[in-house]
Design a protein around this ligand. Structure first.
Ligand code: G6Q
Length: 522
């Protein structure tokens, strides 16, 4: 049941792609888009999501060859193995089953002969009942008052996902105020403490291992602060944990009844779908949390069951490989046109770069081709007034994903029209640029003919800069789940194409070990 081990650069498809690239590398998106059917031919839909990838340096032949590559490395087999619970995280000896967390199907998934679906359902029921009690005010703090503030204490995968989702779903939020403490920097926790009342605060300690230095340090600081006003007998009313390490949780003083499970078959950066997402459910209510999971499941089924030509995560992964390995692009921008999604780039940086930033293949051999892309970004339109200059006119090729919504949430149509005009405007400007002739005419007709000689080269946009439009009807818990799952599957697809293991993170662990050593010697 192991993953196959195929060097992509040794496949026939790679050879064909190399020739195809050499023959076509100068193709121009503007010329390609003269074909009236182009948008229809290079767009995919899934319910409320439409992905337009027509503004890329690709032809139908490019897609055909990239799909051939996916077939030659047996992506199908890799996808099937992930969903059934094969040990595809080989270096850590683990299954990778975040897809099982959001599955509504009754079909069992066996680990060591035991179906894991019932434990998932039990955990979800516990999340629901706990969230309901806290949100309704029935859960009381030590002085008999209801909870007003939630503090999520965690880092990395135990922080970035819940933080990003809570921020993104602010519109759906209830009366509870949610805070996130992650950095071991004491100033971070101190600033949060300033806003809290111990009588009405609930602390959610999220740590799979319950040994992570940052999390345990912050948790101890918050517990000590809490104990200045309350007693250890009050801890069960104010501290809950999400962890696999029951002994450490017990030593911390947390009641067994207040422990939510985590499992080794869910990686940290893919865990917001488990009880790690407890703060999400507390913030937006269980029904919205379930809708998030259902949205992800819609993408899971699409990824699993759709042929590669029509498979959104697969196509986006293949395009990324096309630019990374053939055009030698080093970075990719993620540009959400929604202020709610301002934390999405940070979240994706971990998900993508921790997963695919690997230099050794599945054989354990050093890789001589490029893997993980560098991902960065910010929200539109703010970034148009910041870094977009470089993307439009700089010397680097930076493929970009534009994420947008047809409808706004508050219905300020004037704003939304302007926002989306910018969204489409940027995509067009990148793809089509502005030619010398256009700049010439523009200057001439604006009465600035005398400036033509001086200004013309600076006002030319060469265009031919690729981007994808990832457009949803509306930002909802369901569509957000779908979006996150889309990137999760893109990550795995690229890991398979590059013949690496996407689900370990030894690069992070070295830093943790060294910090511990240095702490003891200084
Ligand atoms: C994610 C990583 C990492 C992890 C944190 C927190 O995939 O494994 O970011 O989530 O190091 O770990 P704990 O949950 O064990 O505290």
């Amino acid at each position: 049941m192991a993953l196959k081990n195929i060097n992509p650069t040794k496949t026939q498809a790679w050879g064909k792609l190399t020739n195809h690239f050499n023959e076509n590398k100068n193709i121009n998106i503007k010329d390609l888009c003269k074909d009236k059917n182009r948008t229809a031919d290079f767009s995919l839909e899934l319910g409320d999501l439409s992905v337009d990838f027509s503004k890329n340096r690709i032809t139908k032949e490019t897609i055909g060859l990239l799909v051939e590559l996916a077939k030659e490395v047996d992506l199908k087999d890799a996808i099937e193995k992930q969903y059934v619970g094969a040990v595809i995280n080989v270096t850590e000896g683990r299954e990778v089953l975040h897809t099982a967390l959001r599955s509504n199907s009754e079909e069992p998934i066996l680990i060591d002969g035991k179906n894991i679906k019932p434990q998932i359902q039990t955990a979800l029921r516990k999340i629901r009942s706990f969230s309901n009690k806290v949100i309704s005010g029935k859960w009381k703090g030590y002085s008999g008052k209801s909870i007003t503030d939630i503090v999520n204490i965690g880092i990395g995968g135990s922080d970035l996902g819940p933080d990003m989702v809570v921020e993104s779903l602010q519109y759906y939020k209830n009366q509870l105020t949610t805070h996130f403490v992650s950095n071991v920097d004491g100033d971070h926790v101190s600033e949060v403490i300033k806003k809290l009342n111990p009588e009405t605060t609930l602390f959610v300690i999220v740590s799979k291992t319950f040994t992570t230095q940052e999390t345990i340090t912050n948790a101890e600081t918050l517990k000590n602060w809490f104990l200045k006003s309350a007693t250890i007998f009050d801890i069960p009313k104010h501290f809950v944990a999400v962890s696999t390490n029951l002994e450490a949780v017990d030593n911390f003083g947390i009641d067994k009844a207040n422990v939510f499970p985590m499992w080794n078959w869910v990686g940290g950066r893919f865990s917001l779908w488990s009880a790690v997402g407890l703060s999400i459910s507390l913030s937006v209510g269980y029904d919205n949390y379930r809708a998030l999971l259902d949205g992800a499941e819609e993408m899971d089924l699409h990824y699993k069951n759709t042929d590669f030509e029509n498979n959104i995560p697969v196509i986006l992964a293949l395009l990324s490989v096309w630019y990374n390995n053939f055009y030698e692009a080093e970075t990719e921008a993620v540009l959400p046109y929604s202020q709610y999604l301002k934390k999405l780039p940070d979240y994706l940086q971990q998900a993508i770069m921790e997963s695919n930033g690997k230099g050794v293949d599945r054989n354990g051999d050093t890789i001589d081709y490029q893997t993980g892309t560098i991902v960065w970004g910010s929200t539109g339109t703010n970034m148009q007034h910041a870094f977009m200059q470089l993307v439009h006119q700089g010397t680097k090729l930076i493929p970009a994903d534009f994420i947008g919504y047809k409808e706004s949430l508050y219905g300020l149509t004037d704003h939304h029209k302007k926002l989306m005009a910018n969204y489409h405007g940027q995509i067009e400007a990148l793809a089509f640029g502005k030619s010398k002739e256009e700049v010439y005419l523009e200057l001439k007709f604006s009465g600035e003919e005398d400036k033509i000689a001086k200004l013309l080269p600076f006002k030319v946009f060469e265009g031919n800069r690729p981007s994808n439009s990832v457009l949803f009807d509306k930002l909802t818990p369901h569509s957000l789940g779908k979006l996150i799952a889309l990137y999760e599957h893109k990550i795995y697809t690229q890991g398979i194409l590059w013949n690496i293991y996407s689900y370990d993170q030894f690069g992070v662990e070295l830093g943790k070990e060294l910090a511990k050593k240095l702490l003891n010697t200084h």
